[in-house]
Design a protein around this ligand. Structure first.
Ligand code: TRP
Length: 329
């Protein structure tokens, strides 16, 4: 069975865009592949989170993914920093990663722009750590978004280089996993583009109903159609996309009809949409909170995940040390 691995950022809660993007696919994939999902809490240090937030961020993200259906009994879900073998492999890989190629990485250049006051070495070697994450389990496939494609390309390069330098065929070269048509893009409520954390236009699974109502009512629209059957401008089209995702077909048909005969009142559409979103997110919110507050359960999940991940990671590290030439006395 092929191994799929994905790192999860430990900053930011899940919004509907994440849910219909990667998360729903992870839930499906766990039954079809040998899956490793981990929370990238070492990578998160590159932006210097406060000690008082670090643990809570990890706990939130972990609770959210489990609430969405990632089953710790099925997939191996763990915290990156619980697996010291990853850091050791990262150190070894750093010896064959070159400053020039790291400096040319797009994500690095972007970070320099975003945090010029904190251009640390961890940012520079971010792709090396990501490579260690992936190849420590000899993962075949890595689901990545557009922004992470180059980092995955670097991981392939480092894995290939290791094989070449030591004249072995040891590491599997990881391929991007393409969700293809399974990936549903969710638009934001600000008129254009998709829902995203940095765009600040997200509806989060953890949002209270009152928050969701407020966000939806504030969504951008226009003055309404002036001619029957006119094409919808993007902000309005986006609301209809959300409606299709969240509401019954009858509801969608009702508002389509109203749009086409120019009787639509966006306020009514928004009210309905907000209630349908609330109906969808409420079970998730309740489950997230339940898991978040269950320290005993979370502790079990995390320990079990770390044990399983370390089993695979320590085998790799042992073999890598041997290949490099370390011997026991
Ligand atoms: N860099 C990824 C992101 O920002 C997270 C990540 C860390 C990752 N290690 C990984 C993703 C390994 C895939 C594989 O989203």
């Amino acid at each position: 069975m092929e191994t799929v691995l994905s790192g999860i950022r430990s900053t930011g809660n899940l919004h509907l865009g994440n849910y219909f993007g990667a998360v729903r696919n992870f839930v499906k994939m766990q039954h079809e592949y040998n899956c490793y999902f981990f929370i990238a809490d070492l990578h998160s240090l590159t932006t210097h989170p406060k000690p008082e937030n670090l643990h809570d961020n990890i706990r939130k993200v972990l609770s959210e993914y489990i609430a969405c259906g990632i089953d710790p009994e099925v997939a191996t879900i763990y915290i990156q920093s619980d697996v010291p073998e990853i850091s050791q492999l990262y150190l070894l890989l750093n010896m064959n990663a070159y400053i020039g190629e790291l400096e040319r990485t797009t994500t690095f250049k972007e970070k320099i722009r975003k945090q010029p006051e904190n251009v640390n070495a961890g940012l520079l070697t971010y792709p090396v750590l990501m490579c260690a994450d992936i190849i420590i389990h000899n993962a075949n496939k890595v689901p990545v978004g557009k922004d992470q494609e180059q980092n995955l390309e670097m991981a392939r390069k480092f894995a290939k280089r290791f094989n070449h330098i030591y004249n072995v065929d040891y590491f599997t070269l990881p391929e991007p996993f393409n969700f293809g048509s399974d990936l549903v893009k969710v638009p934001g409520l600000d008129g254009t583009g998709k829902m995203g954390k940095s765009e600040g236009n997200g509806i989060y699974l953890i949002d209270e109903p009152s928050v969701i109502r407020k966000k939806v009512m504030r969504a951008v629209t226009d003055a309404g159609p002036e001619q029957p059957n006119s094409t919808k401008p993007e902000p309005v089209q986006n609301l209809f996309y959300l409606l299709e995702l969240m509401s019954e077909p009858d509801t969608v048909a009702h508002f389509e009809q109203a749009y086409n005969d120019c009787s639509i009142r966006y306020g009514d559409l928004k009210k309905q949409l907000a209630e349908d979103i609330i109906q969808f997110t409420t079970p998730y919110r309740e489950r997230i909170l339940e898991i978040y507050n269950d320290s005993e359960y979370l502790s079990k999940v995390v320990k079990n995940g770390a044990n399983r991940a370390r089993e695979s990671a320590s085998k790799t590290l042992r073999e890598v040390r041997e290949i490099i030439g370390y011997k026991s006395f």
